[in-house]
Design a binder for this molecule. Structure first.
Ligand code: ADP
Length: 494
């Protein structure tokens, strides 16, 4: 990846974007558009269609017909695999273009975006393409005069609502398994991060995905997202985003057709460092990356640092030094390690959390303020707040910004108690040289994912999902396929 190539791509103007419905780009039914603001410098990048409920319903109708007539679902598995493999190849071929486009509206540092966005999305699409003809039904062990077949059928129309922090990666977590199983999909990108997803969907058409099997509708969540949630023709709704929106989606389902709703709602993940950790320097570096990359806008971010009291001051000093050395700025400059906060409201929310943390007794060890204001963009210094009480707002609410709260603990029992004392349960980590302690902690921490002596590692083979108010259902791995299939029992009298 060369700076000159990035600079060439960023200099390109972006034409106004439209919905993708039935294989064609179309404007909003009332012609409305909304501006896309670049978090890099606060300028207007382009516009996207501001969708109406009518637009969403047209996209769902297209997906419904596209499913019912079997143009995708009834293709032989090998043919579907070929299309998805080709799509993955095109995503890789256009990786830098997709990554730069995505950074221009969402602000993630390009070094991370190139891997986490097109790189990861291509890998995920390929993983499910490879899997689609390796998942079999069952013959149940019933009485001898009966043959009982249990097969997995596509659900039909999948609605996918995507957040702005990693649109391609998270989009692919939904699209890969949904399309591999033969479903049609309507995708709703986040208001502030639509551009790269629209382009990735266009590449799916180029790869041979039939028109109508993947539709994209842009616009406001409260309008087009609500129409998707309330539709009688969406069979499964998959979502990554905030808790309040997740709750609304469950309500929409209850008020409409009881569609299955799978939610991934973020967390307040504990990163627990014991005094017996083998390498405190490494732990500090990984812990800093685990909260500050993508400006903390990561659902599994290790946002609560729990440090054993004997090493508290020494360890916090190390993390502070690393945070202060991180280069924050223009996300398309390869010299920067951390990019922009996605939007002004998000930045203001982050600063509000810092204020509250101080009011509740927290002490700023570093950061706490907006930086590079002259750029017009939205940048925040990596921030560390110490003396955070386990019941403080900063220890309980998801900030979704570069703000780390530090709390001390005496022993294992107290670490477990504090770690589990939130409504969330997505991710976490434990740093220790004790094998038995590591296993005790794995069992005791109530999260969907737990790391040992690292933070944030993962790949397509392992599920990601939470417990408690971090959501239900899992993305990634073969387990994700269950969300996109129905079980059908055939009881055959012999
Ligand atoms: P965040 O606070 O991270 O932006 P949101 O939950 O608001 O999280 O957004 C995640 C996704 O949910 C976005 O695509 C957004 O447009 C969508 N969304 C927001 N409100 C609604 C809603 N009322 N119904 C459906 N989708 C919504």
């Amino acid at each position: 990846m060369k700076q000159t190539d990035i600079d060439t791509l960023r200099a390109k103007s972006i034409s106004p974007q439209q919905h993708l419905i039935e294989g064609k780009f179309v404007p909003a039914s009332d012609g409305a558009t909304m501006d896309i603001i670049s978090p890099i410098d606060g300028t207007v990048l382009t516009s996207v269609a501001r969708g109406t409920a009518q637009d969403m319903n047209a996209a769902i109708a297209s997906a419904r017909v596209g499913f019912d007539d079997g143009r995708w679902a009834n293709q032989p598995p090998a043919a579907r695999k070929k299309v998805l493999m080709k799509w993955a190849e095109l995503i890789e071929k256009h990786a830098l273009e997709l990554a730069v486009l995505g950074v221009r509206d969402n602000g993630t540092e390009i070094g991370m975006a190139i891997k986490a966005e097109p790189g990861s999305a291509a890998g995920t699409i390929r993983y499910y393409a490879e899997a689609l003809d390796k998942v079999n039904g069952e013959i149940a062990p019933t009485q001898s005069d009966v043959l009982a077949l249990v097969s997995k059928e596509p659900v039909g129309v999948v609605g996918a609502i995507i957040p702005w922090n990693f649109p391609l990666m998270i989009g692919a977590w939904k699209l890969g398994p949904a399309l591999a199983c033969g479903n049609s999909v309507v995708l709703k990108p986040a208001e502030t991060a639509s551009l790269s997803l629209i382009r990735m969907a266009e590449l799916a058409l180029e790869a041979g995905l039939p028109a109508g099997v993947l539709n994209v509708v842009t616009g406001q969540g409260a309008v087009v997202g609500e129409a998707m949630g309330l539709s009688m023709d969406v069979d499964v709704l998959v979502f990554t985003g905030s808790g309040p929106t997740g709750r609304r989606l469950l309500e929409y389902s209850a008020r409409s057709n009881l569609k299955r709703v799978y939610l991934e709602l973020g967390g307040k993940s504990p990163n627990i460092v014991f005094a017996d950790a083998t390498n405190l320097d490494e732990a500090a570096a990984v812990s800093a990356a685990g909260i500050f990359r993508n400006s903390g806008q990561v659902c599994i971010a290790g946002s609560r640092l729990l440090v054993q009291e004997d090493i508290h001051d020494e360890f916090v000093a190390k993390v502070v030094a690393i945070a202060q050395g991180m280069r924050v700025g223009d996300p398309l400059d390869l010299n920067n390690q951390i990019g922009a906060v996605n939007s002004l409201p998000q930045l203001e929310q982050n600063l509000g959390f810092v204020k509250t943390a101080i009011a509740e007794g927290g002490e700023i060890a570093t950061g706490g303020q907006q930086i590079h204001t002259q750029s017009g963009g939205y940048y925040m210094a990596p921030t560390i707040v110490t003396q955070v009480r386990p019941d403080a707002t900063l220890a309980q609410k998801e900030v979704f910004g570069p703000v780390l709260g530090v709390t001390t603990f005496k022993d294992e029992a107290e670490a477990i108690k504090i770690a589990n004392a939130t409504d969330f349960g997505l991710s976490g980590a434990v740093w220790t040289s004790g094998l038995s302690r590591a296993h005790r902690m794995i069992k005791a921490i109530r999260t969907g994912v737990i790391h040992v002596n690292t933070y944030g590692g993962a790949d397509n083979t392992v599920p990601l999902g939470g417990v408690g108010q971090s959501g239900n259902g899992h993305d990634k791995s073969l387990h994700a396929l269950d969300k996109y299939t129905n079980l059908k029992t055939a009881w055959i009298k012999l």
